[in-house]
Design a protein around this ligand. Sequence first.
Ligand code: FUB
Ligand code: ZN
Length: 659
Amino acid sequence: MAQNNPIEIKDVNVTSDFWSRYRKLVAEVGVPYQYSTISDENGAKIGNDSFTDMRYYKDGLQSHALENLKIAAGMAEGNHVGMNFQDTDVYKWLEAAAYTLKYYPDEKLRKETDEVVDIIAKAQEPDGYLSTIFQINFPERKFKRLQQSHELYSMGHYIEAGVAYYEVTGSEKALDIARKMADCLDENFGPKEDQIHGYGGHPEIELALMRLWEVTKEDRYLQLTNFFIRERGQDPQFFDKQNEADGIDNDFWPELRTIGEKYYFADKPVTEQEDAHGHAVRCVYLLTGLAHLARVTGADDLQQAADRLWNNIVKKQMYITGNVGQTAVGEAFTYDYDLPNDTDYGETCASVAMTVLARQMLKGDFKAEYADVIEKELFNGALSGISLDGTHYFYVNPLEADPEASTNSPLKNHILGQRQAWFGTACCPSNITRLIASVDRYLYEVKDDTIFAHQYIANETSFSEGINIKQDSNLPWDGDVSFKITNPNEKRFNFVIRIPNWSRANFTVKINGNVIEYTAKDGTIKIEVTDSETTIEIQLDMNVHNVKANPKVKADVNKVAFQRGPLVYCAEEADNEKDLWQFKVDEQPKFDYTYNQDLLDGVGVLTTSDVEKMESTDNADLYQFDEEQTTKSARLTLVPYYAWANRSEGQMSVWFNQM
Ligand code: FUB
Ligand code: ZN
């Protein structure tokens, strides 16, 4: 029996019906749709001329993202159009396309991706620099206004795309562009006197350089990540000084000059930061690079910072759906336990960021809590960012929506009741697409002679030594899961399976048909595998859970939300009488569950009659003295949160008042 070689993951094939539908959708519809949009082929007219309309679809302008690169490459003439990070719409599309090519080889797409890589290579300057707005409009201002320029953010997104494309297709050309970019940054940034002692206003380069380091093992990239992360916040006036030198009002967004260093997570060194604050995506991207660097270098101070900030987000600032970023003002975190449902932001990108952060945390320490968050995002907060037709997207993901409020309250008009075809700032569409296309990367981790199965997403996966694991399950609808392990060399290894937090109190395990008693230690069970064939059956708890928030969360006091399996549920006006806040549910409502193939592309629906609805009339006095308010018996129908807003526009709510 060979026992010494560490196990490696060879190939993960997602077979889950639920995820296969989404992955086919993004490969067949989403990626082509996005290509035609970024290349201005589908006639989509996109608003991109001001910060304030970034979340909205606006007639009159086009993406121009690929065109900007062609202009920088000398292949076309014209001006740069769009955000100063418009290039990233192309890069994230390329990354998503790369992942789809792995499971959905497509010659036409491959031709397009190769052409795009060629254009990017031509647009890149000989020293590796690439940011089309600066090349076209401000060549003398490169790296001079890092607070707002997004140069490092943009290059980071290319590096991620280039690495992904190289991994899937073997394209050295794509990888070389990434290396040249990193070399350019390595030349310009660092502790030497003639280098810039600074960092980007929007972190991203840190996690991207770590990704590049993973495939190249080039130590300079690790050191540069270390520099960017440790330099941040050392001189909180760094951006101000740069802005002054660049011409104080030479802004891309004036409001971002005066917003304060906390917004950029640059008010003090990251090792001294106590809580997540500022722009949510920036903060979580930074933590992702930090967690990866901490794991690779073993630096305790970095790991402690990653742990501390992770805990702050997950235990005090994250919505039940996994969404983060409580306010539209600056797309930002606010403070602990402040989780308003009707004004929140919950940007799709921030949920994607949480998913990649959780993956980095998990790789450092195989704790179930990280995989729980990945699951939460995949099935709720991140997934709600894309429509069931694959071509409409949410930028903002609220937990409560009311079209009347969105139209009439300036505090709520960021909350849209329908996904949009595109955005002035189109960061979210390709971000959710690349996540869905790469979901296979979130299912397993291996370490030495242990395989960790983190997610209940059916798959068939091959490992070294001929080991094969076939997971069958129909989650998120049914809780019966089986793992069939083939181990022809009879290698002895540990198979660690996460028991999700919603099932830890109630699950059963059978091994080769025999019931075995387990308690989930730290959220997992460990099975020693020695035989050539082993079957593990797990039955997860698919009862509906009443979920209450910590009473410190003012917005959710006396409220309850409902979760079945990994799915958080919500009520929509399409199924329920408005106004949804007038429903009051029993302390322990009993739900009927039915799977409806014809609704929302197939969803499990919850209904209960253990609910009352307050009675109201337009003619009633606004305030009633000493009068008892009356209720009527009612019925409440809930659908999974990820699927909301795929029918007519109307009210939606995740949390409900209790009787
Ligand atoms: O600044 C680039 C991207 O635009 C951010 O990540 C999003 O939050 C949006 O502001
Ligand atoms: Zn976004």
